[in-house]
Write a protein that binds this ligand. Structure first.
Ligand code: FAD
Ligand code: NAP
Length: 339
């Protein structure tokens, strides 16, 4: 039987640490609870949100509705041979613990995605990515339940329409599905991805010549810990903005003004520019804004310094968007889900 908490604090359920309340809060620890949730009048009639770890959300006000936190657990091997393993993981599993489970078992594919906060169920939402890997690279399918009818459905890789920090669940199917579990295909003989960032530098520091997946994971964790604020210490939701993908023509024009502007090719027509670089160039890195700030080691991350309100973070992000548009003619898009 589900326990419904009225007028509940969401402070410990969002990594920005926003002190906001929800009319109703309910913790889902067993996937059979979902049927009870969906039949409930409060869920049917009021605005609703599903949350995992709350590491990609910004609450700008109290939530007038129901917040359901998915905490379902379970990891099941569906198929296995000498080369690959197909595993179904319940949505409430903690992402980094799942990655560590893979490392322990010798299943390769997710090591570059070590230390990303949040839950397994949220990982397809924005096709989480880091250090040259995205979950689409190992994703097979997911099981979801319709938020109103309770009908269950399998979404294939193609149906998820993954893109750069994108999926169908942020677009056409937004707010329609509870992702219950995700199926991954992992490799027992993985091809390691080490070209990105400082991974090779970290391996060299440790004199590792023939790295394995545990070494890549260690390198990624060490680099991340050196650059990113720990939400338990300083409230944040990771990168606040996506890296903009712009037309090459615009990039070429900007290059004459900013010759050191980094870029990564996307296709013949477009290039990706690091949003962190743009924000830093515009002078925002480390800037304090009332109770919040732009992080001093990573300009893409906005932090809650002391009891910031969600709308202060929103206002800071709006000031950055306006300034970057004026200086670079590039409109930054927020990655964080704002409520
Ligand atoms: P939540 O914040 O709880 O939810 C995010 C969105 O997904 C919400 O809209 C929510 O309604 C929806 N949702 C969540 N669970 C479900 C479900 N089961 N079914 C349906 N909808 C659901 N992201 C990256 O891609 N790469 C990174 O390297 C990265 N690094 C980060 C570093 C830090 C320090 C922080 C704080 C965040 C980082 N993030 C990164 C962002 C974030 O961790 C990921 O997006 C993560 O997948 C969010 O998981 P969550 O469970 O916390 O989702
Ligand atoms: P970084 O290494 O300083 O690089 C800055 C940006 O340049 C990154 O965002 C990355 O884009 C891009 N980039 C760098 N090398 C690249 C390459 N070889 N090919 C293509 N693009 C490249 O980045 P960082 O801030 O320390 O983050 C490292 C990784 O962790 C990145 O992948 C980043 O996305 C991820 N991360 C994500 C979040 C989040 O909340 N979404 C938070 C922290 C870190 P991509 O972002 O497209 O990779």
């Amino acid at each position: 039987m589900l326990v419904w908490q009225q007028n509940a604090s969401l402070k410990s359920f969002n990594t920005f640490g926003m002190e906001v309340k929800a009319d109703w809060l309910v913790l889902i620890q067993d996937s059979s609870d979902l049927h009870e949730l969906i039949r409930d009048e409060r869920w049917q009639k009021m605005p609703r949100i599903i949350l995992g770890g709350g590491s990609n959300v910004l609450f700008t006000q109290d939530f007038v509705g129901v917040v359901a936190i998915l905490q379902t657990k379970g990891i099941a091997v569906l198929e296995e041979n000498d080369e690959e393993v197909l595993v179904e993981v319940e949505s409430g599993e903690i992402w980094h613990e799942w990655v560590m489970h893979c490392i322990e078992k010798g299943w390769g594919g997710l090591e570059n995605l070590s230390l990303i906060p949040g839950s397994v169920g949220a990982s397809p939402m924005q096709n989480i990515g880091a250090y040259g890997v995205e979950i689409k690279d190992v994703f097979v399918s997911l099981n979801a339940m319709h938020v109103v009818t309770g009908v269950e459905c399998v979404f294939t890789h193609e149906q998820c329409a993954f893109g750069y920090r994108e999926s169908v669940f942020k677009r056409a199917e937004k707010d329609r599905w509870i992702i219950k579990s995700v199926v991954f295909k992992l490799s027992k003989n993985p091809i390691l991805k080490m070209e990105y960032g400082d991974i090779q530098k970290r391996l060299a520091e440790r004199n590792i010549v023939h790295p394995g997946i545990a070494d890549i994971s260690e390198a990624v964790c060490t680099i991340r810990q050196s650059k990113l604020p720990d939400p338990k210490v300083l409230g944040n939701a990771g990168s606040f903005f996506k890296n903009p993908v712009i037309q090459k023509v615009l990039y070429q024009n900007l290059l004459s003004q900013y010759p050191t502007m980094p870029h990564y090719p996307v296709n013949a027509e477009y290039v990706k520019v690091p949003a962190g670089w743009l924000i830093e160039q515009a002078g925002w890195k480390g800037k304090k804004w009332e109770t919040c700030a732009v992080h001093d080691r990573q300009a893409l991350v906005l932090v809650n310094h002391a009891h910031a309100k969600g709308n202060e973070i929103w206002d800071l992000s709006s000031a950055i968007v306006a300034d970057i548009l004026e200086k670079f003619q590039i409109e930054l898009e927020r990655e964080v889900n704002v409520y």
